[in-house]
Design a protein around this ligand. Structure first.
Ligand code: NDP
Length: 314
């Protein structure tokens, strides 16, 4: 069987991937998009999105992703359900294997595989997902204004999320598993100087407690005193890091020490010609739907420019 040939292959179906698809399709490049195992990406596990400009009343995450898919398809994007399982950037065109079965030859590739928030791995976390448990304070914090919340983690994200939530909530409990924080000095100082953040040192989350209405508290375990205690909260925010979805690109693309794809500053260009990275897979700082969409647009424009330059040089 002959390999399928495409001009622009987009890997991933979050706001970055779909925005790249809209732009590439409108440029007449007939993009083909593979959704990955979780079509729609991280936004499909969120409730309302209230910070994406253009939706004065907010929009629910899964609906937004369906709308983006429709918009991409309207201009001719071929959206396929499938998982990219291997890539070969050693020659040109690039080769991409889908579902371990068939191979696509792509003149350009836009990687939009995103990142996955890390979870603690306790059952109550899944039980109360979207009912008080969240991995994004900027996305969901607003729903907990006026209520007490907990944040678990001790890095820059946890420090940032705790101070963000402290503006909305009367009390923020920061759950730190060691006797010190990993966060940068300035972020730690900000946490320490915020009067309504209480740090629980040497503390692990033993269980998230709740009822039919959602989260009601957290049982903490102090790994020094070996004591347990319960704190009352309505929201439980995870900030223990993200894992970029880049396993299939290991050794094939330049990445930082955490596995985020490195791009040339101000562009979406990776170290491989014709391969671009957009959205959270190349962004460990902002991680918002709107920033992902913005870089998705950049990726399509970079790919278009690359394809034009290839044609000119042939
Ligand atoms: P980090 O990997 O830096 O920190 C993760 C934190 O979570 C660590 O403190 C770790 O604890 C804790 N943790 C991990 N697993 C568990 C667990 N099972 N239970 C309890 N705690 C756990 O991730 P971040 O998302 O904070 O940051 C990622 C990168 O992004 C960093 O380089 C950071 O500097 C950067 N960043 C920068 C920002 C900025 O400049 N504004 C904002 C946000 C992130 P322990 O310390 O004990 O290992």
């Amino acid at each position: 069987m002959e390999n399928e040939k495409v001009k622009v292959l987009i890997i991933g179906s979050g706001p970055a991937g779909y925005t790249a698809a809209i732009y590439a399709a409108r440029a007449g490049l007939k993009p083909v998009l593979y959704t990955g195992a979780q079509p729609g990406g991280q936004l499909t596990i969120t409730n309302d999105v209230e910070n994406f400009p253009g939706y004065p009343d907010g929009i629910n995450g899964p609906q937004m992703m369906m709308d983006l898919q429709k918009q991409a398809e309207r201009f001719g994007t071929k959206v396929n359900f499938g998982l990219v399982t291997a890539v070969d950037f050693s020659g040109y065109p690039h080769k991409v294997t889908v579902d371990e079965k068939y191979v696509i030859e792509a003149e350009s590739i836009i990687i939009a595989t995103g990142a996955t928030a890390k979870y603690l791995g306790i059952p109550s976390e899944q039980k109360y997902a979207n009912q008080g448990v969240s991995a994004c304070a900027v996305c969901d914090g607003f729903f907990y204004r006026g209520k007490d919340v907990a944040v678990v983690g001790a890095g820059d994200s946890a420090a940032e999320e705790a101070t963000y939530l402290a503006n909305l909530c009367p009390k923020v409990h920061l759950i730190v598993r060691r006797g010190e924080m990993r966060a940068s000095k300035i972020m730690q100082q900000r946490v320490e100087n915020t009067h309504n953040i209480e740090i629980h040192w040497n503390s692990e989350t033993d269980e998230i407690l709740g009822d039919d209405s959602g989260v009601t508290g957290v049982r903490l375990y102090n790994n020094v005193s070996k004591e347990k205690k319960v704190i009352s909260v309505s929201g439980f925010f995870l900030a223990i890091g993200h894992k970029p979805n880049t396993d299939i690109f290991a050794g094939k693309l330049d990445m930082d020490e955490s596995g985020y794809v490195l791009v040339k500053p101000g562009t979406t260009k990776t170290n491989v010609e014709g391969v671009f990275a957009v959205g959270d897979v190349a962004d460990k700082v902002y991680r918002q739907a709107i920033t992902a969409a913005g870089t998705g647009c950049m990726g399509a424009l970079d790919a278009e420019k690359f394809l034009v330059s290839k044609e000119v040089s042939v």
